[in-house]
Design a protein around this ligand. Structure first.
Ligand code: FCB
Length: 467
């Protein structure tokens, strides 16, 4: 008996050593209808920034400005995906990934006067057709930060007119691409566009004023709300939603002041976006935190913004631990002795579970959720043709376990997209930070499948074989 038992446990530990990714047998991830895919974004992978009529974007301008991006990197070439899209789709299909989240570069598909740019549109048509051919579900984000520079020159997201230009762009794309998109997301991470772009200047266009951040956010959300009915009218069969980065704030102590600090952090990161979308109002606490920054809101705007959604895309990376700043705000208290990634971000899977359960408890009309980004950067190297990204494998396994826990607690999570399919231009950090499950050698553009991708792929094959 004793021998038998140890043989079984030996076999188990052997299996887990051999495969540190595969979810346990009772995980909801084994359900065939839980979608597992990978994500990218146009400026981060496409390159070809001046080709076939593409106009400059705010990220071309920003990255060309000395001191804005690490090592002076730009997205001019990136992963050269514009020319290598076929091999990249084949790679996705070869890995057995079931879904692909990509974004469209607005300045590639529309001229300054609003006229369609046929060559740019055709690129996405071909890409989506090939994905369909390979049986890969498509999730298309209309705005992943590459605003046409000519719109920024007229005020960008500080100008209300940009929201209407966005609705025109959504109209054009959904007429052109109707039938080949499974899910449309209007915006990616409006928090980053508004706060990092206009509030602290870490991202393009690099402006830094608290009042700008709230006004830019209002116009971004308005753009979203104007676009949703347009997408519905033009492409009724697809799902419509938005993608937001959600921050988990934990309190450094049980004190009421620290609890309040954690609450305010989540108001500033999550409720700022989710309350307008799902409750039709900005959270009052936000303007206690940032007095005097109320945006100009016109009659009807909040109803427009609260257009019903088919899904909410949640991007999650890390938590922030907080204490009261002694006044009305919060300050970060980074925990010591915790695991961190190449970005310095803490590995904290429970944050994802807790956020999801919290949203379910807060918003009665919470739509179905997709985790539209989750992943980590590591300083991956190719050795003997292989990349052993051990930390990422454990990271993905643990975050997927957190998703499973949320599902078991009753949250409707329908899928998960790895960030990212391949190493790419990581915004202000350039090419140094590698988030891919596929390694990219930027000198040769050679793609090398990392061990993490192999294991995800193996799991997907096993899952398919169970039908
Ligand atoms: C998110 C972005 C995505 C990527 C990851 C690491 O904020 O949406 O483009 O850069 O972070």
């Amino acid at each position: 008996m004793a021998n038998d038992a140890s043989a079984v446990s030996d076999a188990r530990s052997h299996q887990s050593l051999a495969d540190p990714f595969t979810p346990p047998a009772d995980s909801s991830l084994w359900h065939q209808n839980f979608l597992l895919g990978a994500a990218t974004a146009s400026y981060q992978i496409e390159g070809a920034v001046a080709e076939d009529g593409r106009l400059p974007s705010i990220w071309d301008t920003f990255s060309a400005t000395p001191g804005k991006v690490l090592a002076g990197d730009t997205g001019a070439v990136a992963c050269d995906h514009y020319h290598r899209w076929q091999e990249d789709v084949d790679m996705l299909a070869g890995l057995g990934l079931e879904a692909y989240r990509l974004s469209i570069a607005w300045p590639r598909v529309m001229g300054a006067s609003g006229v369609p740019n046929r060559k740019g549109i055709d690129f996405y048509k071909r890409l989506l057709a090939r994905l369909k051919e390979k049986g890969i579900a498509t999730s298309v984000t209309l705005y992943h930060w590459d605003l046409p520079q000519h719109l920024e020159d007229r005020g960008g997201w500080l100008n209300r007119d940009t929201a209407y230009r966005f609705a025109d762009y959504a109209d054009l794309m959904s007429r052109e691409l109707a039938g080949s998109v499974d899910a449309w997301a209007t915006l990616n991470e409006p928090w980053c566009s508004a706060y990092l772009g206009y509030g602290n200047g870490h991202h393009a266009p690099g402006l830094a004023d608290g009042r700008f951040a709230t006004q830019a956010m209002h116009h971004l959300l308005l753009a979203h709300g104007l676009a949703v009915p347009v997408l519905r009218a033009n492409d009724p069969a697809s799902q419509k939603g938005i993608v937001a980065n959600m921050g988990r704030g934990t309190a450094n102590s049980d004190s009421a002041a620290d609890q309040r600090a954690a609450h305010l952090f989540e108001v500033q990161h999550n409720a700022w976006i989710l309350d307008p979308l799902l409750k039709g109002a900005y959270p009052r606490d936000l303007f206690e935190l940032w007095p005097g920054t109320e945006p100009l809101v016109l009659d009807g705007d909040m109803q427009t913004i609260a257009a019903p959604l088919d899904f909410l895309g949640v991007n999650y990376y890390f938590r922030t631990n907080l204490a009261s700043d002694g006044a009305h705000g919060f300050k970060e208290v980074p925990p010591e002795g915790v695991e961190r990634t190449q970005m310095g971000w803490e590995v904290y899977p429970d944050g994802l579970r807790d956020l999801l359960i919290g949203f379910r408890n807060t918003y009665a009309n919470l739509p179905p959720i997709y985790i539209t980004e989750n992943g980590m950067a590591s300083d991956d190297k190719v050795t003997d043709g292989q990349v052993d990204d051990t930390q990422r494998i454990a990271f993905l396994k643990r975050h997927l376990a957190a998703v499973d826990q949320a599902i078991k607690a009753g949250v409707d999570v329908r899928g998960y997209f790895l960030w990212s399919l391949m190493d790419n231009f990581e915004w202000a950090f350039g090419y140094e930070r590698r988030f891919g499950v596929v390694h990219v050698d930027y000198a040769t553009q050679k793609r090398t499948i990392k061990r993490s991708a192999e294991l995800v792929s193996k799991f997907l094959r096993e899952r398919k074989a169970r039908v």
